[in-house]
Design a protein around this ligand. Sequence first.
Ligand code: PLP
Length: 400
Amino acid sequence: MDISQIMQTDAQCYMNTFGKRTPIAFTHGTGACLFDTRGKKYTDFLAGIAVNCLGYGDKRLADAISRQASELLHCSNIFYIEQQALLAQKLFDLSGGYKAFFCNSGAEANEGAFKLARKYFYKRGENRYEIISAKNSFHGRTLATVAATGQEKYQKPYSPLPEGFINVEFNSREAIMGAVTDRTAAIIVETIQGEGGVLPCSAEYLQFLRELCDQEGILLIIDEVQTGIFRTGCAFSFEKYCIKPDIFTLAKGLGGGVPIGAVMALPDIADAFEPGDHGTTFGGNPLACAAANYVLSTLTSDGFIKRIEHASALLLSLLGGLKEKYAVIKDVRGAGLLIGVELDPAINGKAFVSSALDKGFIINCAGHNTIRLAPPFVIADEDIYGLTGCMDEILSGLTA
Ligand SMILES: *Cc1c(COP(=O)(O)O)cnc(C)c1O
């Protein structure tokens, strides 16, 4: 189909949840490059929103998936699954001892984390069930994760939302202290609010949350769905803060493009789930786990982290140069290859994104008029020079 046929069919047959999408359909890619139905080439600085960490056309990832597909695609969790056990072991080793439960998405991982936190206190006979989250956060689109997502626009049409969710000001000690009660079960937080505009949690705040949770006997959940799997340069972003959450969640990058999510918990908390408490049909299936096993082996192989660090440093330094040059760049922030470039409110972020697209660069505008860059980890230096050159051109046109 050509793009206009795809658009017509979509308009007729697909629910209009994504509104007027960008009028492009990609057919294939290689490395950090994508090609659309017209044959136009793009350099991708979004990676399907922090998903395609190994880029496109990775032959060995495709081989791992196709080998597994030809042997065993799905198997009920009634049985033992080798790829699942291997993946759990990899994550156990990488995280320093967290047990895993696999599901299919970020929202589902967070749902699992909420259920685990509630079950933990239920089992102890404590009436703690409230989950505190931050305003401007993003935790998913199911009813409970929408209740945790502190953004009114996502919540309003769906009331009544599940009870026991409280949204407080991000990075504010006073706000969180005012919200913790003897009914609080857990606090969930992103180390960097990705959808919210690449807004980092301050180190002091996160360390304070850890202390507060210890003091009050409540659980700290870190949503690593976007920041995990080396996106910020280390396996899990909380490592940078020298704290350990009780529970953390993964999804986006974990399968390199194959859907898989995970709830990770310290063993004594994980053990609150007893047989029958939680489950899934597809979660942890052989196909998704084979993909994730390949992704993790690759990312933990020699030199890969150096590659991410190098790309990150180059991108940050070139963006820093642009910030010096253009006052309309208000801030450059983030970590690893999750970087935000906040534009002055006078600049139309969406128009900026479409100008970049015309010039062959895929970027995205998140909250706070912030350009979000989350390229595949295989991004090359010349692509980074290409993007910053393109941004320079657009900005000089806008401010001329
Ligand atoms: C994307 C995202 C989610 C939701 O993941 P889905 O796979 O879309 O359900 C949850 N939390 C964070 C931080 C995310 O970035």
